[in-house]
Design a protein. Sequence first.
Length: 376
Amino acid sequence: MMQFRDLQRQYEVLKPSLDVALQNVMSRAAFVMGPEVAALESRLANRVNVAHCVTCASGTDALRIALMIWEIGEGDAVFVPDFTFFATAEAVLSVGATPILVDVEQETFNINADDLREKVKNVQSQGRLNPRAVIAVDLFGLPADYYRIREVTSDYGLFLLEDGAQGFGGAIDGKPSCSFGDISITSFFPAKPLGCYGDGGALFTDNEVWADLARSIIQHGKGTNKYEHLRVGLNSRLDTIQAAVLGVKLDAFDEELHTSNLVAATYSKQLSSYIAIPVLPHGYASSWAQYTVKLNNQLQRDNLKEHLQSAGIPSMVYYPCPLHQQPALASLEMDECCCPVATMLSQTVLSLPIHPYLRPDEIEQIISAIHGFVKC
Ligand SMILES: *Cc1c(COP(=O)(O)O)cnc(C)c1O
């Protein structure tokens, strides 16, 4: 059976190195903050081309830690796209701040800079909440429009937090994803472009003071010694075992990304005259966390999903519900028309299998199933 993202096949390929790396951790028994963690952080910072990388226990924690560093809390507004994984808004609520949902662009699925500016203006003129930060998401691996988002954050004195949970490996004009925010984060959840064997995440920043704060927060707000606590923090460290896994996966990452790009190019070439394929703006590179097509309406989308299913091809709807319709956000009292594009996308998108270990015969099978669907 074809897998949506085949982590077993990846393990088979990387097994010799992974098994050695894991054995090393177990025989040395430095399970928390072992040497693999610092080694990974310095490699990640290098790759993303920022001064500091601090790893932590998940992407969600990384978002939350960034907001804690900026002392964002009650009475503060944080602007987030309406079309994203729930964690983007959850982190805002978890520190007591209010997420303000912003619509996305139909072509790129990412936060719409014009709507962002409108919504910041509105919050400012209402005067009830204090606008503090924007969380832009690199949805499905494509970096958000950071040139235009920066104009808004600069004009209004807001912090920019890049949610690169899906973005690691992307770039704009050669500048790597996870380097666009004042703080940027990524996730190492197994199915993300760079995934570990459980949960994990990281923060990236050029600001040394913030990096030091992050290091304190992930270890119970520790000071210079382990039993001096300067603030209330979290217990949010990346396990040594996960750092060891990530070290091996990072070795393979560039080649994997190259292969994912070839898969995406094949899809796009073969599907573009049949279906709305993902858009890569000029100068942008995606990490291809997802390859997401658009159908004309919900019925057609659901029918294609079923058609693929019956051909043994898994596909996923990311995301079936925009944030403004989530029960957990009902207290925000967002009206239905706050984000029409996000609403429309939740009804029409479908993500196809994409990963570096997808075989040519599987790609062929997927393409011909879609051709068959469109023709009938
Ligand atoms: C996965 C994801 C997160 C959360 O990452 P975890 O490591 O699972 O906590 C946050 N934002 C986005 C956009 C994600 O896709």
